[in-house]
Design a binder for this molecule. Sequence first.
Ligand code: TYC
Length: 102
Amino acid sequence: HPTLAAQEDILTTQKTDLVYPSMYRVILLNDDYTPMDFVVFVLEQFFDKSPEQARAIMLEVHNRGSGVCGIFTYEIAETKVGQVMDLAQKNQHPLQCTLEKA
Ligand code: TYC
């Protein structure tokens, strides 16, 4: 049968091999043409923001040039960027949305 030391070695190996996933900020960029209400809609629809939170983030982007919509694992962040870019293109708005490693 395995020794106590061997059993502890198995347990500690499994524990130390756990790694946290890298996180990514989803960033909205300002432009001169996308309507404010469209940006608010995007933040409510895809980033689960309240109307008040969405308006605050939209105004931050408008006033400062960019803003954080949320922080996600890579696959989720990429999906959200795609959703925003698809809806913007369908509505012929030049809105830009990107990822950056957190
Ligand atoms: N600057 C835009 C306007 O004045 C509003 C806007 C806000 C656009 C945020 C993009 O990510 C953005 N209509």
